[in-house]
Design a protein. Structure first.
Length: 166
């Protein structure tokens, strides 16, 4: 029984970490600034004229948590057709909205995926930015549907295995 528990944890921990990274989460923040940086393929900033051909613009949104005033930084990049499949092609539009909210020192709801890892300078990617109205509620409909479907799949597999006598 202990071996089964250990194996289950070794399998579920990476799956849980993967889902935590990929699935959307929401932050209510006060946007304080926005910035555009030119970076190379590895994500390091590019100076004046060095290798500009192999570089791209990356938008950043600087914010603070509304409750505890802790800093939050978001990367704002298109995901395109890549992974995770958010099909985000409007990072410039999202940056314009974030800049407008920053000028007002307004509060925004930022939908994001990813982790902030200080050691590697990783930032979560903002997939949606909109003005926040306290009357609005945040209900993660996608996550609810995803985990309901995942639970139904596990229940189906469990029932099939029990019928086979496994």
């Amino acid at each position: 029984m202990r071996v089964l528990l250990i194996v289950a944890l070794l399998v579920l921990a990476p799956v849980g970490a993967f889902l935590h990274y990929v699935l959307p989460r929401h932050d209510v923040v006060r946007i304080v600034n926005t910035e555009v940086r030119r970076v190379d393929a590895s994500g390091k900033p590019v100076g004046g004229g060095e290798n500009v051909g192999a570089s791209r613009d990356v938008f950043y949104i600087f914010a603070e948590d509304v409750d505890d005033k802790s800093p939050r930084v978001y990367r704002n990049e298109d995901t395109g057709w890549g992974f995770p499949p958010y099909l985000k092609f409007n990072s410039a539009d999202e940056q314009a909205i974030a800049s407008s909210i920053a000028q007002e020192r307004g509060v925004a709801l930022v939908t994001k995926y990813g982790w902030r890892v200080h050691l590697f300078s990783w930032f979560p990617n903002a997939t949606n930015v909109r003005r926040w109205d306290p009357a609005d509620g945040v209900t993660p409909y996608f996550n609810i549907a995803f985990f309901t479907g995942l639970g139904a799949l596990f229940l189906y597999a469990f029932i099939r295995l029990r019928r086979r006598g496994v």
